[in-house]
Design a protein around this ligand. Sequence first.
Ligand SMILES: CCC(=O)SCCNC(=O)CCNC(=O)[C@H](O)C(C)(C)COP(=O)(O)OP(=O)(O)OC[C@H]1O[C@@H](n2cnc3c(N)ncnc32)[C@H](O)[C@@H]1OP(=O)(O)O
Length: 510
Amino acid sequence: MTLDGAALERLGKRVRAGGAEKYHAANAAKGKLFARERIALLVDEGSFVEDGLHANALADGLPADGVVTGQASIDGRPVCLMANDSTVKAGSWGARTVEKIIRIIERAYANGQPMVYLVDSAGARITDQVDLFPGRRGAGKIFWNQVRASGSIPQVCALFGPSAAGGAYIPAFCDVVAMVDGNASMYLGSDRMVEMVTGEKTTLEEMGGARVHCAESGVGHFLCKTEADALDVVRRYLSYLPANWTSPPPAAPAVAAPEKVDLAGLVPASERQAFDMRRYVKGLLDADSFLEIQALWAKELTIGFGRLDGQVVGVVANNSMFKGGVLFVDSADKATRFVQLCDAFNVPLLFLSDVPGFMVGTAVEKQGIIRHGAKMITAISEATVPKICVVVRKAYGAGLYAMAGPGFEPDATIALPTAKIAVMGAEAAVNAVYANKIAAIEDPDERAAFVAERRADYEQDIDIVRLASELVVDAIVEPADLRTELVRRFAAARHKDRTFSRRRHGVTPV
Ligand SMILES: CCC(=O)SCCNC(=O)CCNC(=O)[C@H](O)C(C)(C)COP(=O)(O)OP(=O)(O)OC[C@H]1O[C@@H](n2cnc3c(N)ncnc32)[C@H](O)[C@@H]1OP(=O)(O)O
């Protein structure tokens, strides 16, 4: 087939228009943009170069085989990207779709450039399964490539519609997933399939909607009101990360911490009183620099990227506003993955500790709190980026270990003047050691005096000056001086030796 310029232009125009008008109209009615509009909104104007525009051009009704792939720049930095076109067979994957996706991930990996996935797909095109599903370059190869690229290049997904069955694994293998509320969903079996297999009547939203995944399953990281918000999150996320694992994260001009944030005043003296650690984080970091990740899931732990004097840091902080800041299975998993992400992309870690320890009891033991906690402690141990542990109020029990305490090769352990570090809180400790003696004292006044005395002894044992004199903490720092102290210490640790262990990889507790 030969084409003159006009015919080539007509063909290109037809392909760029995507699927039938009725599918465009149905998407527009749901507030969904066309795949090419999403790309235009995301990348620098005029920077997009497309591959495989004519994929499946000889077939009827399969323009570009339902996926747009290519290279572009975001804020002047090169990226590779793919965008499902849900106006073509609901964005399902045919053989060329799969080949295009595989090729663009391979390109991103080879070039050391971030890979962006704009997902809106029915998963494998069931009618074409022999061509796309089982072979060496079938859909499985997409996931193999994503796993190989994980930790080598940033991979970020914005999810605008369904992400069905095998398709749900594209987001799952990304570092983070932004989901548009009301339209995005992820699930292994559709509502129809679930009813057929299990008899359960459900909806895509109820089973795998954006709120479910961002607040309950933890598979989603950012709940976004609109598609434009989701694309903003992608841009913002990439702004904290290097192009690949061999480079440092991009620095920004230094910006002062927000004025008038009285960090000391934010932390109540009484351990029984909760405070919102997110305010503390924002008061410590450069103004408006904190990007919280998984803000709705496992809220007892706050994680996210921010900047200190322009340099990127990853923050892991206990938040006593939720479940008292105790670590549960989900918060341990949340920390594990974030610490690995930061370590992979050379982002220094700041731990802000106010932790009573890991949760105890039948429910969490059955959920495997021990292995989840061990996973978190494994990630903290294996992280070789600069890491600083600040005990803001308390670090009790294995919570101290999970927050990169002194045994975990932090570049510094810093305590605020009122901080407490102990195997457990005073009340629990006195009860653990003296329960029999306390029970044997009949007179209530005598009993109260006994408990108060033991408590005072215990408090003296864990006095922070004593711990500093024993070199458990490296410095006791006034809250007003903390930011400057951290800036200096992170700068000093920037070029540290990052070797950890002589081996291929560890055996992670799962
Ligand atoms: C690796 C293993 C796998 O991935 S197995 C993949 C299994 N996938 C699924 O079970 C998803 C089936 N599809 C759906 O549930 C719906 O189409 C979803 C994704 C919710 C979208 O719904 P909606 O926007 O209403 O579109 P629709 O159902 O009207 O479909 C539009 C046209 O696309 C087609 N389509 C849809 N999904 C597939 C598919 N997986 N394979 C082949 N074709 C598919 C529909 O038949 C429909 O086609 P047509 O326009 O009627 O010709």
